[in-house]
Design a protein around this ligand. Structure first.
Ligand SMILES: [Zn+2]
Length: 411
């Protein structure tokens, strides 16, 4: 079988980078979608189609964070997407990373969150916001470890999406995110006593249409392998690591697998709207549940795969794929540094896992890429050599799995 071509990966990323952000209904999203469709249509595939669905779009209008006492000043912030449309004020309480030990410390001190604005450090605040609201908090400020005074773009809501009534998909309290520098400034202010702040968060809610782009290469047995990568990005970021690295790999894999006769059906999917709660992959699984359950051996999730920063190589995996991938990675001259379960909805594998389909994602973590979800997630901060290595690794893994007899595959 033909190998991936490093220059192709580079060229795809370079072209898509020119479009800027690929947020819902942006020009970048539309242009990217059109090119993916053209690429698939120009390959020898048996079926290429767009799978359209409606989802909730978020357009920020006005947002601010003001310290009211003991001094008055404004803090630079970004909106926490899909958090509640409102203005609130209250006393600030710091909950650390909102891990169990942070929550325990707070509850031992009998800190009441009723009417408070919670300050947390998190890259995934969507997992905590409902709990904060349940405890009576009226607002949330999220800080991250992003360097260079950057503020990550984050959503306040996560999986599952709401296809029946998209505009109801939003968080219970308003929020903003701030830089690490401003986190320290707030903490230093809090060390001198009570701090009260005001959060304003106003946005336009809109139903938008978007689509997954699906390319199918038929095999000769009733089994399938899904390879997916999301093509959307966070707001105001080009999202090269997240996820032009995965998308370029998807297109290259589709190219080489469409040139050969595979045993199993190969389904290549560019998922839409992953960043706002896995809408695309959730929709695909909802539409194709029965076929997937009956035929799908495995889902490979390509998401953010080749940062230039040193990180561990972690394998997020479910089912028989665990040993299969560890063996393959070692055979091809690398190793997995740590293994995680797929019990959290971080990426597009999740809707598949909920249907008992084996899935895997080789991710770069820990630590998180410093430029994750910022405007500095650019081509110059990814490693093309690593990207090529990862692409080839996935090609060999998919090829090995295609040859495997299904009796070896345990769900
Ligand atoms: Zn991603």
């Amino acid at each position: 079988m033909e190998k991936l071509i490093q220059q192709n990966l580079y060229h795809i990323i370079q072209e898509f980078s020119k479009f800027g952000s690929r947020w819902l209904e942006s020009e970048g999203e539309e242009n990217t979608r059109q090119i993916i469709l053209d690429v698939f249509e120009n390959l020898t595939m048996d079926n290429v189609y767009c799978e359209w669905f409606q989802c909730h779009n978020y357009i920020p209008k006005e947002y601010y964070l003001r310290v009211l006492s003991p001094s008055r000043y404004e803090i630079r912030c970004e909106p926490l997407e899909y958090s509640k449309y409102s203005e609130v004020e209250g006393e600030l309480v710091f909950l650390g990373e909102f891990k169990e030990e942070d929550v325990n410390t707070i509850s031992k001190l009998e800190t009441n969150l009723e009417g408070k604005i919670c300050l947390i450090v998190s890259d995934t605040p969507a997992f905590f916001i409902s709990e904060l609201a349940d405890k009576g908090a009226v607002g949330v400020i999220v800080a991250t470890e992003a360097p260079d005074n950057l503020i990550r773009r984050l959503a306040a809501k996560s999986y599952p999406p709401n296809f029946d009534d998209p505009t109801r998909w939003k968080a219970e309290i308003p929020g903003v995110s701030i830089s690490k520098q401003d986190l320290y400034r707030l903490l230093s202010l809090m060390s001198s006593g009570k701090v009260t702040v005001k959060i304003g968060h106003f946005w336009e809610s809109k139903i938008s249409r978007t689509c997954n782009i699906v390319g199918v290469v038929e095999g000769c047995v009733d089994e399938s392998i899904v390879v997916g990568a999301h093509y959307d990005s966070q707001m105001k970021t080009v999202g090269v690591w997240d996820n032009l690295t995965g998308l370029s790999t998807l297109l290259e894999l589709a190219r080489v697998f469409s040139k050969v006769k595979n045993r199993k059906r190969m389904i290549f999917i560019a998922f839409a709207a992953e960043e706002i709660g896995l809408w695309g992959s959730a929709f695909f699984v909802k539409k194709n549940r029965r076929e997937l359950r009956e035929e799908c051996n495995a889902m490979f999730c390509l998401d953010a795969i080749s940062s230039a920063y040193p990180t561990e190589r972690s394998l997020w995996v479910e089912g028989f794929l665990k040993d299969f991938i560890i063996e393959s990675v070692e055979r091809y001259g690398s190793k997995i540094d740590n293994i995680r379960e797929l019990n959290v909805s971080y990426s597009d594998y999740y809707p598949f896992v909920l249907e008992n389909i084996s899935a895997a994602m080789i991710w770069e973590y820990p630590p998180i890429n410093p430029y994750y979800h910022t405007e500095k997630d650019l081509l110059r901060y990814i490693s093309l050599d690593k990207l090529y290595f990862m692409g080839e690794l996935y090609r060999k893994i998919v090829e090995d799995l295609d040859r495997r007899n299904s009796s070896i595959i345990r769900r």
